[in-house]
Design a protein around this ligand. Structure first.
Ligand SMILES: Nc1nc2c(ncn2[C@@H]2O[C@H](COP(=O)(O)OP(=O)(O)OP(=O)(O)O)[C@@H](O)[C@H]2O)c(=O)[nH]1
Ligand SMILES: [Mg+2]
Length: 343
């Protein structure tokens, strides 16, 4: 799972990457990209750390990729990297420019490049399909012969493939094509200290499926260096619930279709990232493959139940809120789990 940060030159991509990951990309590096992990901010996690005071803490994290590609065929090279990512974080310069028209046009440049890229991919597939006699077509070929003209039409009309109603069961057959406009996208408006921008209006104007988030990278670069407790205090004093970069990370994380559960103890408090919808044995595999194979039961407490029982596992159990779940249990975000297994 990886998220590519894209945007026009000098839009603030590397600045945002550094705010989120703490890693400063070097523009003079010969590497085409810098990869860094962003911790997913979560007050529940902070609270569990306070309660258990563990030796080791491991919050949930997602990898972001900051591209470092310049020169003539920069877009072609960038596209090859973006194709391998699972989601896109699209940074738009809204600090040198506060005219909504210009900002929308600036976003549109890269959106259109991605649409064109997908058109080329779809056309290539259609060309191949045309050469296959109907009698030799596989079921997938037949499916694509019906679907791809619709996809091409959608792109030609200037829309992203994400807006097309593609049945879930068809999606796996499209994976190999790595369409860019099918990937979930989060738009980040990098605003200046002086002006705010109507992010909601922009979301509607750009027909985004996930609301755009504004951030002033200049200010947040300072906030991001504060330890979490001081950061919350500072934001609280400003009447702000959370820093924009934290919202960006959380939203980007949810776009990946992931959730996490916790394991707790004095040795370690840890968040384990799994796919939303994973059963208990699948979720156990995040810790170790053997946990999945030898899965017996999962001892589960919802985070809220645990807190409501005085933040004590014994008390949670005594209150009947520590459940024993079997192999069909679908793990929920924030579950506190201990696995019983046999290897
Ligand atoms: N005023 C202002 N300047 C910013 C802001 N964010 C970034 N900048 C400046 O814009 C310039 C480009 O920032 P980068 O983060 O390097 O942008 P980039 O998109 O990574 O640039 P390239 O990798 O060269 O395409 C730097 O000089 C930043 O200091 C902001 O919120 N406000
Ligand atoms: Mg950069």
């Amino acid at each position: 799972m990886e998220i590519a940060i894209v945007g026009l030159p000098q839009s603030g991509k590397s600045t945002l990457f550094e705010i989120m990951t703490g890693i400063k990309p070097s523009p003079s590096s010969a590497e085409p990209f810098t990869k860094g992990l962003a911790k997913v901010p979560d007050e529940r996690f902070e609270r569990l750390v306070e309660i258990f005071k563990p030796e080791k803490i491991t919050p949930a994290a997602i990898p972001f990729i900051d591209l470092n590609i310049r020169g003539e065929d920069a877009w072609d090279k960038a596209r090859a990297l973006i194709r391998n990512c699972d989601a896109i974080l699209h940074v738009v310069d809204a600090f040198t420019e506060d005219s909504l028209d210009r900002i929308a046009a600036s976003y549109g440049k890269l959106r259109d490049e991605m649409i064109i890229s997908d058109m080329v991919t779809a056309e290539k597939r259609l060309e191949k399909l045309r050469k296959i006699p109907n009698t030799s077509k596989t079921p997938e070929d037949k499916l694509h012969s019906e679907l791809f003209p619709k996809m091409l039409k959608c792109l030609e009309d200037g829309h992203r493939l994400r807006t097309l109603d593609i049945p879930d069961d068809v999606m796996p057959s499209l994976m190999g094509f790595a369409f860019l406009t099918i990937k979930p996208e989060l738009v980040v408006l990098n605003i200046s200290e002086e002006n705010s921008i109507d992010a909601e209006g922009m979301t509607a104007r750009l027909s985004l499926s996930t609301p755009a988030i504004s951030i002033c990278c200049r200010i947040e670069a300072e906030i991001s260096t504060l330890p979490p407790s001081e950061r919350y205090e500072f934001l609280d004093s400003m009447g702000i619930e959370e820093a924009a970069f934290e919202k960006i990370i959380r939203t980007a994380f949810s776009l990946l279709g992931c959730i996490y559960y916790f394991t707790v103890g004095e040795d370690e408090v840890r968040a384990w990232v799994i796919s939303d919808g994973d059963t208990a044995p699948r979720a156990a595999a995040a810790i170790h493959k053997d946990f999945e194979r030898g899965f017996i039961k999962a001892e589960v407490a919802g985070y809220d139940d645990f807190i409501a029982s005085g933040a004590d596992l014994k008390a949670t159990k005594a209150a009947g809120r520590l459940r024993l779940e079997g192999k069909d249990y679908i793990v929920k975000d924030g579950d506190i789990i201990s696995f019983r297994f046999n290897v």
